[in-house]
Design a protein around this ligand. Sequence first.
Ligand code: NAG
Ligand code: NAG
Ligand code: NAG
Length: 283
Amino acid sequence: MGKLEASVAMLALALVLGLVSGGNFYDECDATWEPQNCWTYDGGNSLSLALVSNSSGSMIRSKRQFIYGTVSTMIQLVKGDSAGTVTTYYTSSVGDDHDEIDFEFLGNETGQPYTLHTNVYAAGVGDKEMQFRPWFDPTDGYHNYTISWTPCTIAWYVDGTPIRAFRNYEHTHGVAFPTSRPMYAYSSIWAAEDWATQGGRVRADWTRAPFVASYRGIDLDVCECYGGDCVYTCAGAFGGCGGLTGEQRGKMRWVQHNYRIYDYCADREGSKVPGIECTLPQY
Ligand SMILES: *[C@@H]1O[C@H](CO)[C@@H](O)[C@H](O)[C@H]1NC(C)=O
Ligand SMILES: *[C@@H]1O[C@H](CO)[C@@H](O)[C@H](O)[C@H]1NC(C)=O
Ligand SMILES: *[C@@H]1O[C@H](CO)[C@@H](O)[C@H](O)[C@H]1NC(C)=O
């Protein structure tokens, strides 16, 4: 078989196996940091990001900029010893007083669980962390991570299960909420040895490098922005404020009850005062 026939056959096989899901990294993303540590395969449908040393990881960013939308990808986190590493998947605006919606995956020693960290920044203010233990092994295969951003709610989903929601209480209670700064979607892997694993006690074992996170498919169902002033016309499509269904709320309660390990609303350490949103329903 020639090269072309081989890749056509591979593509046909991938289609049969259902490997082709969602958009293509080659079309949707640019490597914005250490591109030599980032590579695509399966015709651009799969991607790997490698952390090679304490100062050389990798990052991709969506080509499209958007206000509101849903971003999904399938990730298989670093297998084995991932202590000292952080894999991120987030949306963020550019510039001052930025908005950001985060998933961060904090690595651990072999056999010890990852921490799934979430946060939201609005107008530069974050400090809204919630952390979870995954109820599955996120290194044993690909799992679907989704960020959903509408004018009403931000929701974080894992394999279709909502784990957290953050409702828009800007007009009613003055809680800052991202509505106006266009965001890009990002993913990266980097070293955060000083804090990531067990508070920094466990460092990365660089003899195990490269540490690799793998991705399959990137779905950007977004209201795209064009130009400096962000001309966009489709926000209405994301304006449905129906919120989560009863079944989804039930699942989210199950995750929060059994797998949440940190909630900023419950943190009374030092002089922390929980925001007003902590007393309001989030879904
Ligand atoms: C990274 O590793 C180099 C070489 O081992 C070391 O000199 C440097 O201090 C390390 N940097 C950080 C930020 O840990
Ligand atoms: C990932 O989850 C989202 C939200 O539930 C869903 O819309 C999307 O189809 C899922 N993607 C895949 C590849 O299963
Ligand atoms: C790593 O494993 C330890 C021991 O099970 C656990 O306390 C810690 O929360 C885990 N996660 C991180 C990121 O340190």
